[in-house]
Each structure stands twice: as structure tokens, then as C-alpha cells.
Design a protein around this ligand. Structure first.
Ligand SMILES: C[S@@+](CC[C@H](N)C(=O)[O-])C[C@H]1O[C@@H](n2cnc3c(N)ncnc32)[C@H](O)[C@@H]1O
Length: 209
């Protein structure tokens, strides 16, 4: 069995344990605030173990996609915790099976750091969103100064131990390049500055019609 079939089993096994303290604090609060009012059909890419599922309240349906089988097993176990109907799929961010303009919102949390090509992923989000559909993003990003230098230096090692995660992506620039109009943007630093993944952004953007 190769890595694709097996998935990142260790990463999946420790993911919730690692993030639990954060979910009880700033991370869970931000997920809830960003997701609870999303309406209509929502697409979530790279849903991992399903940490966002308990936070959807107003959506008519949430389609969650997760290509890693080890993560997807945990995601499937969490579907019952959702207050809205959920469909689990296994598509990758760069190639979605949906027709143009299907979704009212697309959600990416802690995933644009990991997809092989964020530009391609965001182009797919743009394609499958309705005109004026919403893009919701919560990601760690490239910092500045010495932190950015260290993010670049440690990126090869970090991505190897972190299941493909890159600490040095300029995600705000990628969102704008894809043609989205930012309607809400916040950069914040919830961890000490020396932590490679400490610079974070929260963004809500519109797919212009
Ligand atoms: C750090 S986890 C974040 C999980 C979840 N979104 C969260 O907020 O907790 C990154 C996820 O992205 C998924 N992923 C990696 N490459 C992907 C791709 N090409 N398309 C979609 N998801 C991908 C991984 O399998 C993993 O579940």
C-alpha cells in the first residue's frame, strides 16, 4: 500500500490532540464566527478531521472534500455532530467535479498551506462559486523580516514532517490574484512570533459577478 492509499496516518491520529487546546480558544472561536452564518450550499476543501463541521448552522447543505483516507475516516465519524446535512467526498482542491457556479460559499481553513498549487485551487473555487458567492479563508501565512527568512529555510523540512504544509505562502496575494474582492481581512498573531506558523489571516472575499 503506498502513501496515497494509506494517507498520513500519524498526522491524522495526532491532529485533533494537537489542536484541541486551540479549538477551545481562538481557533474554535474564529471557525464559529466565520461559518455559522453561511447559507445555501457550502463547499469545504481539505476538511481534515472535520473540525469545522460543528460550526455550520445556517447552510442548507455542506459538501466536504478530503483526499487523505486517514483524515477522511475521522471526518466521516464527525458527520453526526453537524447540525446541517453533510456530504463527504474525496476530491483534491485543484480538480473539482462540480459545474461552474454551483456553490454559495467555499471554505478553506488551514489547507491552502498544503495544497500543491494554491493558485489552481483558488481558480477552482472561483469557478464553482456562484456570482457574488463567498470565499472564506483561515490560514497561517508568510511572515516578514527574519521570520520569513526562517520560514523559507525550514520549508523543505517542515513540509516533510507536516504532511506537505508550507509555512511561507502569501495567501492574501493568491486570493486577490484569483480575482476575489476582499470584503473582510484580518492579519493576526495568536502564537509567539518565533513559531513558524504564527502569522495568520482570516478573510472573507466575494467572487465578483
Ligand atoms: C492541516 S489539515 C487542515 C484540516 C482542516 N481544514 C482544519 O481546518 O482543521 C490540511 C488538510 O488538507 C488536506 N489536503 C492536502 N492536500 C490537499 C489537496 N490537494 N486538496 C484538498 N485537500 C488537501 C489534507 O489531507 C489535510 O486534511
Amino acid at each position: 500500500m503506498d502513501r496515497r492509499e494509506r494517507g498520513h496516518r500519524v498526522f491524522a491520529a495526532i491532529y485533533d490532540l494537537q489542536t484541541r487546546p486551540l479549538e477551545k480558544g481562538w481557533l474554535g472561536e474564529r471557525r464559529a464566527r466565520l461559518l455559522r452564518d453561511l447559507e445555501g450550499e457550502v463547499l469545504e476543501i481539505g476538511a481534515g478531521t472535520g473540525a469545522n463541521l460543528p460550526h455550520y448552522r445556517a447552510a442548507s447543505r455542506v459538501v466536504v472534500s478530503e483526499p487523505d483516507p486517514a483524515m477522511r475516516r475521522r471526518l466521516a465519524d464527525r458527520v453526526e455532530q453537524a447540525a446541517v446535512p453533510v456530504e463527504v467526498r474525496q476530491d483534491t482542491a485543484d480538480s473539482l467535479p462540480d459545474p461552474d457556479g454551483r456553490f454559495d460559499a467555499a471554505v478553506y481553513t488551514l489547507v491552502l498551506c498544503t495544497v500543491p498549487d494554491p493558485n489552481r485551487a483558488l481558480a477552482e473555487a472561483f469557478r464553482v462559486l456562484k456570482p457574488n458567492g463567498r470565499l472564506v479563508v483561515l490560514e497561517h501565512v508568510r511572515g516578514s523580516g527574519r521570520l520569513a527568512v526562517w520560514q523559507d529555510r525550514l520549508d523543505p523540512l517542515w513540509s516533510r514532517v507536516g504532511a506537505g504544509c508550507h509555512p511561507n505562502r502569501d495567501t492574501r496575494a493568491a486570493i486577490e490574484r484569483a480575482g476575489f474582492a476582499l470584503e473582510h481581512f484580518e492579519a493576526f498573531q495568536p502564537m509567539p512570533r518565533w513559531v513558524l506558523t504564527s502569522p495568520m489571516i482570516e478573510a472573507v472575499a466575494t467572487r465578483a459577478g
